[in-house]
Design a protein around this ligand. Structure first.
Ligand code: ATP
Ligand code: MG
Length: 332
């Protein structure tokens, strides 16, 4: 009998701020669901957090919060290798190797680069785009190839970076006679792009400067309820899924993702309700979800340092091996 080797899953979250419910629904929920089926590597992308200016104290806090929140959301270190990106120094070296195989054109065409660099420019009126912002995708390609990952659970906003990873993996395989897997994104059916609560045409982001736009996993649950009650919708007064109703559709997505039901089921449930009643139900669901996560968060916060050491050791072994293969292929 042939024993089939488990495929490899990898994903990370940038330590740029406090995790939002969008990070949970878009990415973490699938990481948790898939950790039984795949050999999983999940990390806190603290090197990626340096692609925009960040206060060292804030970064130090963010990375620990994210570690504990991963555990609170259900990442199990008996199944998943959980680590800080900066603890595995091979990520930096891999980035350099990948950089040498990409063009400035490829990187400057990335939507995330365009969006984020515009924000930097308009916030201070000067051309001060950090080089790291342009390199964000090469660091990410390196993250994926270091573990030779097959499947990457992410929200839809990261799809373009995975496509770049696929191109580069194939490029390296052809040029240097290496055998990297060409990875696939794993994007959730519901909640692939959760929208901002104050502007439902924009995605919810942990680095958004308006705290009312996002539900943070560490929000006071009562405040989170209020944010949902105040979420921007429309004036039609009818609840159904439509591209023209981004606010209502967003709340339906949040509700169905947290309740594990389909969007259609959620729509059916609320079709005869008014906006106030609907928002109350969504708000209560969010409140309950946060209360549950936060109880576990406080418990897990005590063990993150020891877990991080174990995770880094395991991750390093694999990263070293894959890095060495590419270096050899490149003639180093
Ligand atoms: P930042 O503003 O710093 O970019 P972010 O909220 O976009 O923060 P990331 O660290 O860039 O978070 O992404 C972490 C994961 O969360 C990725 O898999 C990303 O696709 C997913 N994600 C981010 N925003 C959303 C969203 N609005 N809806 C669904 N998934 C999302
Ligand atoms: Mg992002």
């Amino acid at each position: 009998m042939m024993i089939e080797k488990k495929k490899i899953l990898l994903s990370g979250i940038t330590a740029t701020g406090n995790l939002t419910i969008a990070n949970y629904i878009g990415a973490i929920k699938n990481m948790v669901k898939l950790q039984d089926k795949y050999t999983s590597y999940i990390f806190i992308a603290d090197l990626h957090a340096l692609t925009l200016p960040i206060d060292p104290k804030v970064l130090a806090e963010n990375r620990k919060n994210i570690f504990a929140l991963y555990l609170a959301c259900g990442i199990d270190t008996n199944k998943t290798t959980l680590f800080y990106q900066s603890d595995v120094i091979e990520h930096g070296m891999m980035n350099w190797l990948i950089l040498s195989q990409t063009t400035i054109g490829e990187l400057s065409r990335m939507t995330q680069f365009k969006d984020k660099s515009t924000k930097v420019k308009t916030s201070n009126g000067m051309e001060t785009i950090p080089t790291g912002l342009l390199m964000y995708p090469t660091l990410m390609v390196g993250d994926i190839l270091l573990y030779n990952a097959d499947i990457i659970p992410v929200g839809i906003d990261q799809k373009q970076h995975i496509e770049l990873t696929r191109d580069i993996a194939s490029r390296l395989n052809n040029k240097f006679n290496v055998e990297f897997s060409v990875p696939e994104p794993f994007i959730p059916e519901i909640g692939a792009k959760i929208m901002s609560l104050t502007d439902p045409t924009k995605k919810m982001s942990k680095s958004d400067t308006n705290p009312k736009s996002s539900i943070y996993l560490l929000d006071n649950p009562d405040d989170a309820y209020k944010k949902i009650m105040k979420a921007v919708t429309d004036s039609e007064g009818k609840i159904y899924i439509s591209e023209n109703k981004p606010g209502i559709t967003n709340l339906l997505s949040i509700y169905s993702a947290l309740k594990n039901i389909s969007l259609k089921e959620a729509e059916e449930l609320f079709k005869d309700k008014n906006y106030g009643e609907f928002k109350h139900e969504v708000g209560m669901t969010v409140k309950e979800f946060l209360t549950n996560i936060q109880e576990k968060y406080h418990k897990y916060y005590q063990i993150i340092d020891s877990e991080a050491i174990k995770g880094a050791e395991k991750a390093s072994l694999v990263a070293k091996e894959n890095l060495a293969k590419l270096m050899k292929g490149m003639g180093l």
